[in-house]
Design a protein around this ligand. Structure first.
Ligand SMILES: *Cc1c(COP(=O)(O)O)cnc(C)c1O
Length: 388
């Protein structure tokens, strides 16, 4: 029989990295020593005490059974405690906090609770691809908000047409931002709250990089702004903070009705997160000061080394205040894909073309600082030999 995919599968935007992936595989096969600055996945290990806690917790038969849907109350209490310590904000672990199987899982399911077919969802571009795809899966229509350098990579809410704003149900934001590495300040969040309140829009703030900030800078929680609790949900992740991308643990914090909506969806799809991982996560949130100074120091040295190197060869890049990404403007005569291909073919360096994060990412490449200093130095040496 002919097996047909549902329309929503055909709606998924084309995979823009296919060509580069192919080339990457070819070069690997040829034995080229590739330096991979493409993936946003920490190369550093999870801190030992967290791993030890997982070992212990996995031996406990009580953890071998189905976990609770909304997450262990002990883990959610640890989240509340961490939020209080880090942002001086109090949330009720019973109704305002939800454990997630990684924050991507929660972000992907959120539109199912709030978006009806035909509704608009406001989606930043360039941006994390999940916002757009989860909107499409829920039958919504993404309305793209360009993040432009002249606006500090913040969306210009005044540019959103009235009729779109009126039909919008959800607004996605992500600061510190992937891929631009931009940060948001209080004035912007205040503007967001006023806008969302006027048009009755749920705000979903993805704060995956809130604990990866340099030189004492502390990114804000969206909830530090008055009125945000009435209309917001914020996604946090242990992935980048504690080098735990493989573990799949995150959480959402926010308005009880919004948390409840996401919980309703999840109850019908997954059966919670392995309790031993939650116990390890609990230890992470209670035993470490975040941002973790040792981790920040490592990324900061890599950032400085790479920014200086890139500037030295004439590329335009600002040293970011947060995240482990560099968002690098490329010479005008290239497209993002052409430039990424050039770096791969001529220098064996893998970077992500900016247009892979949406059309507004054209003209940029994203460099992830997820390899050690010797390799970054080697990358700079190789770049010096290319003419562009
Ligand atoms: C890495 C990342 C996440 C975190 O995903 P997890 O599912 O928690 O691992 C979320 N949002 C953005 C923008 C990211 O880059």
């Amino acid at each position: 029989m002919k097996i047909e995919y549902a329309n929503r599968i055909h709606q998924i935007p084309p995979y823009l990295f296919a060509e580069i992936d192919k080339k990457k595989a070819e070069m690997k096969k040829k034995g080229v020593d590739l330096i991979d600055l493409g993936v946003g996945d920490p190369d550093l290990p999870t801190p030992k005490p967290i791993v030890e806690q997982l070992k212990r917790a996995s031996e406990d038969p009580r953890n071998h059974r189905y976990p609770s849907y909304e997450g262990m109350i002990e883990f959610r209490r640890a989240v509340a405690q961490w939020f209080e310590k880090r942002f001086h904000l109090t949330f009720d672990p019973e109704t305002e906090i939800l454990t997630l199987i990684g924050s991507k899982e929660g972000i992907a399911h959120l539109p199912l609770a709030f978006v009806n077919p035909g509704d608009y969802v406001l989606v930043p571009t360039p941006g994390y691809p999940v916002y757009r795809v989860s909107t499409l899966f829920a039958g919504g229509t993404p309305y793209f908000l360009p993040l432009l350098k002249e606006n500090g990579f913040l969306p210009d809410l005044s540019e959103i047409p009235e009729e779109v704003a009126k039909k919008a149900k959800l607004l996605f934001l992500n600061y510190p931002n992937n891929p631009t590495a931009a940060v948001a300040e209080r004035a912007f969040f205040e503007e967001v709250v006023a806008f969302a309140h006027r048009y009755q829009i749920v705000v979903c703030h993805d704060a995956a990089y809130s604990e990866l900030a340099f030189e004492g800078y502390r990114p804000l929680s969206f909830f530090e702004v008055e009125g945000a609790r009435e209309l917001g949900i914020e996604f946090h992740s242990l992935s980048k903070t504690f080098n735990m991308t493989g573990w799949r643990i995150g959480f959402a914090v926010g308005n009880a009705r919004i948390i409840g909506g996401l919980g309703r969806v999840k109850t019908n799809i997954d059966s919670g997160l392995f309790q031993a991982i939650q116990e390890a996560g609990l230890l992470a949130l209670t035993q470490f000061d975040t941002p973790i100074p040792e981790t920040i120091q490592i990324y900061q040295r890599r950032r400085d080394l790479m920014v200086e190197g890139l500037k030295g060869i004439g590329l335009e890049v600002d040293a970011p205040k947060a995240t482990f990404y560099l968002w690098v403007q490329i010479p005008e005569e290239y497209t993002s894909t052409q430039f990424a291909t050039l770096l791969l073919e001529k220098a064996g360096i893998v970077v992500t073309p900016g247009n892979g994060f949406g059309e507004a990412g054209e003209g940029y490449i994203r460099i992830a600082l997820t390899v050690g200093e010797p390799r970054l130095k080697e990358a700079i040496e190789r770049l010096k030999k290319i003419k562009f």
